[in-house]
Design a protein around this ligand. Sequence first.
Ligand SMILES: Cc1ncc(C[n+]2csc(CCOP(=O)(O)OP(=O)(O)O)c2C)c(N)n1
Ligand SMILES: [Mg+2]
Length: 395
Amino acid sequence: MARSPARGVEADDALTPARVQRGEDGRGTIASPFVLGGEPEKRIRPVLGQAVEDLPPLFDEAHEPEHKLKAKVAKVEKKGAVSEDLLREFFREMLLIRRFEEKVEERFRAGELPGFLHVAIGQEACAVGVCRALDEGDVIASTHRAHGHTLAKGTHPNEVMAELYGKLEGTSHGYGGSMHLYDVERGNLGANAVVGGGLPATVGAALAFKLRDEPRVAVAFFGDGATNIGTFHESLNLGQLWQVPALFVCENNHWAESTPAHQQLPIEDLTKRAVGYGMEAMSADGQDVEEVYRTALAALDHARERRGPVFLLLETYRLTGHYVGDPQVYRPKDELKMLRETQDPITKLRERLGLSDEELEDADREAVELVEASVEFAKAGTDPKPEDALKNVYA
Ligand SMILES: Cc1ncc(C[n+]2csc(CCOP(=O)(O)OP(=O)(O)O)c2C)c(N)n1
Ligand SMILES: [Mg+2]
C-alpha cells in the first residue's frame, strides 16, 4: 500500500502533477510521479511502488500499452438542458436494454445460454442516465448485473449477446460471459463477478487520469450490498485521499441477493458512507432518468474539475429476481407487483413524455428488431476452439 504523503504535504499536492513522459504509442516511463516544486520528493514513494523501467517487458498483445483508452479525451461542448428529444433518445435506449434483458431471460430459460445471469430490469434509468452524462474518454467499471451498463456505454447488442452465447464475436471473445463483459475500446473496464471488484480498478484508472493530467473521469457502478465490502471502503478512502477524478455510483435496489436492506445495512441513508471519508455525496431518484442524468452531470463536473471524487447514490428497484430463475420465495409477491406498477422507469418516462401508442410501438419495434438480430448474430457466431481454452490465462 502506498504511504501517506509526508507531513505538511497536502494529499492533493502529493499527487500533482505526474510528469508523464510517454511516446506517441503510449509506451515510455512515468518519471518521478511525485515531483514537488520540480524536485523529486524523496520521502514519498511512488504509488505504483516500482519504477516502470524495473518491470519486465510486456510480451503479449493483450497487454498493449494503454489499450485504446488514450483515444480522444478533449471535452469540447458541455451538454445543455435535457431536451425532449434527448429524453426520447433515453427512452429508446432504456427500452432496448429492457427488451434485451427480457430476451436474455427467455433464451436462458430455453437452455441456450450457459452460466449464471443477472438482469437489471427496473434499473435501466441508472445505466442510461449515468452513461449518457459521460464524456468521450471516461471509463466505467460494472458489476455482476452488467448488461445495461455495457449497452449504455456503447457496446453493440450483437457483441453483448454473442458473449452471452460464448462466441468468439462476443465482447470478451466468448471467454467471459455475462459477468465478464469487457469493452476497453469503449471505455468499459469490465463487469465483475466479485462484488466490489470494480472499485479499486476505478480508483486506479482515475489516478492515472490525474497523473497524466487528462480531463477524464472513472466511474464505478456497484450495489448497496457492495458498500459492506472491504474494497468499497478502501477505494473511497484512497480515492478521497488522492483526490482522484472518480464517480462512485451506488445503485441502491435495497436487496443483496435474498437479503433485504435492514438485514445487511446499519444505516438507511447510504450517502453517510461517503461522510466518513470526507467525500462529496449526491443522490437522485434512480427511476427518473432525467434526474439521474442531471445529477450525474453535476457529479462528473465536480470530479473532472479536480474538486475530488463523488459518491452518487441512486435509489432504485430490482423489478425481478436476483438471478434469472430466482423463485424469489423470500420476497412478498404483492410487493413486487406493486413496485412493477409504480416504479417502472420506462413507464415513468413514457408518461413524462406523453408518448402516444404509435410512438411507443415504433420505439418497441426498433428495440425488438435489434434484439432479435443480436440473437441471430450470436447463434451464427463462432464457437471458440477447445484447445484455445487456456490461451488468455496468465496465472
Ligand atoms: C466478494 C463477493 N461476496 C459475495 C458474492 C456473492 N454475491 C453475488 S451478488 C451478491 C449481492 C450483491 O448485492 P448488491 O451489491 O446490492 O448488488 P445487486 O445484486 O443488488 O445488484 C452477493 C453477495 C460475490 N459474488 N462476491
Ligand atoms: Mg442491491
